[in-house]
Design a protein around this ligand. Structure first.
Ligand SMILES: Nc1ncnc2c1ncn2[C@@H]1O[C@H](COP(=O)(O)OP(=O)(O)OP(=O)(O)O)[C@@H](O)[C@H]1O
Length: 478
């Protein structure tokens, strides 16, 4: 062999992915070693957790395949150990036939995927390929800075930081995820983040709003059809499952699926096979399912509107999106980010929200969550030409102030340097309360300046024009 060839072989060897196999059955180790070696992998094997940990300390691995039952403990222990200390190493567990509980427990503990026994070599190869195409783990991914290139859920509250960490973990697994949360709270964004950070990121992300498809078209939309299968089927159509092959299928508003469709969906998910209408052949599909609804899916199950078996299939891991009012401290950051984005897109100077207006936003309950915040700000930008956005430009719907620590009226009182002592009436609608505060501030400034509007405006920190506008609005002209 020439020196060059030798060097290439050596390079190939050092570049081969290394896989750790943990099993106490020599036959299984041998089968896995042979198959993986044929795929060009380097394999190290251990027969117990203790030896596996020692190997992890001394070598770097790109994947670990472990049995569940090991002489010195449970494979889950190893899954947890690896996800804690070697977050970059995906782990797959080999589970005894029919023990789905084990598989679910492993996925919840952070496993990338599971392989049921007897191990199918095709499944093994597919699993290895996907595990090796996982993007590298990002350090400190709870923060947002380093992932700014990708879409991300903004917010620095503890719940948002935790959510991002969980999303990163879920991205490194193949488990079905069910995302719960109110409308507009970021369920679809979370699903996209999981997909974009996963081994499937180069494959399609197909989002389906289950509530928007007419019942008579559901089957053909989900499973596809062959040309001529029915009147109007002028060419082959793949349907959502086949289109999402290799990638992620996001079933939004999954609770809206009719029961007949739920049965068909469950079958396809279980068998991993789909047959287009009019096709004699079934096709294998490899699709990760993420589902979501703003309804309480467990209630739908209890009411007999949603099949329990499908619920268990979809809800291997649940991700709950907090409502915006549960993370009020994040409202300024999210609001400013939305403004910056819109201003950049429309080529206008970046607008900012004034302090009192921001407090008002923080105190508003946002039943429509971040989507509503986006709409409020978009409307504001359309109507306001100033770079500083004040209370009146926001035009928030009236809302009763509730005495929670977050919308503490004391905070509102602080905003205006000239704010006078006002009796705070929690029973007033928010707009009326703020109008009263504004009116009292203006009257006080006018009194102090002996009705000199220029001086009063200066004290209030606003322009004379704005003072005139406000006085007119509040009926103070007399
Ligand atoms: N934490 C967040 N940071 C930045 N943007 C967010 C955040 N949460 C939601 N959004 C944005 O809010 C809008 C609504 O989010 P999304 O569509 O994901 O909500 P959803 O829960 O799926 O809504 P629905 O239940 O109505 O389908 C999107 O533009 C999304 O990008």
């Amino acid at each position: 062999m020439s020196i060059d060839n030798e060097r290439i072989n050596l390079q190939k060897k050092t570049l081969s992915p290394r896989i750790l196999v943990v099993d106490d059955e020599p036959d299984i180790i041998e089968l896995l070693e042979l198959t993986l070696a044929r795929m060009g992998m380097e394999v190290s094997s251990a027969t117990c957790i203790h030896d596996a940990k020692a190997l992890l300390q001394s070598h770097s691995f790109q994947l670990c395949l472990t049995d569940m039952r090991l002489p010195d403990g449970n494979g889950l222990e190893l899954v947890k150990y690896i996800s804690q200390h070697f977050a970059d190493v995906p782990t797959a567990v080999i589970t005894a036939y029919g023990t789905t509980e084990n598989a679910v427990a492993a996925l919840k503990a952070g496993a990338f995927d599971y392989l049921p026994k007897p191990v199918s070599l095709k499944q093994l190869r597919d699993l290895v390929k996907s595990a090796l195409s996982l993007p590298p783990v990002k350090i400190e991914s709870a923060g947002q800075g380093e992932i700014s290139q990708q879409r991300t859920l903004l917010g620095e509250s503890e719940s948002m930081r935790q959510l991002r960490v969980t999303i990163d973990k879920l991205s490194r697994s193949q488990a079905a995820v069910y995302i719960s949360g109110e409308s507009g709270s970021g369920k679809e964004l979370a699903a996209k983040m999981i997909h974009e950070r996963s081994a499937r990121h180069k494959q399609p992300f197909v989002a389906v709003n289950c509530g928007a498809i007419p019942e008579n078209l559901m089957e053909s939309e989900f499973f596809g059809y062959k040309k001529g299968a029915f009147t109007g089927a002028e060419k082959d159509h793949d349907g959502f499952f086949l289109t999402a092959h290799g990638g992620t299928l996001f079933l939004d508003e999954v609770a809206d699926l009719p029961l007949t469709m739920q049965v068909k969906l469950l079958r396809v998910i279980q068998e991993k096979q789909v047959r287009r209408i009019g096709d004699a052949q079934e096709k294998s599909i490899d699709v990760r399912i993420i589902s979501a609804t703003h309804k309480k899916l467990n209630h739908c199950v209890a009411m007999g509107q949603f099949r329990q078996d499908l619920y268990y299939r979809l809800n291997v891991i649940e991700l709950n999106m907090p409502a915006l009012r549960e993370m009020r401290e994040d409202i300024p950051l999210i609001a400013e980010a939305i403004l910056e984005k819109h201003c950049q897109e429309t080529n206008r100077p970046i607008c900012h929200i004034k302090k009192d207006a921001m407090i008002m936003l923080k105190n508003y309950d946002f039943p429509g969550n971040v989507r509503e915040l986006e709409n409020v700000l978009e409307r504001t930008l359309a109507l306001c030409s100033d770079v500083d956005i004040g209370i009146e430009e926001l035009q928030l719907p009236n809302q009763k102030l509730e005495a929670t620590p977050n919308n503490d009226a004391a905070e509102v009182t602080q905003v205006s340097a000239t704010a006078i002592q006002v009796r705070i009436d929690h029973n007033l609608p928010l707009q009326d309360y703020l109008d009263k505060l504004e009116k009292d501030s203006i009257i006080k400034a006018l009194n102090e300046s002996r009705y000199n509007r220029t001086k009063a405006a200066k004290t209030l920190g606003i322009t004379v024009r704005s003072l005139r506008y406000r006085m007119e609005r509040l009926g103070l002209n007399d």
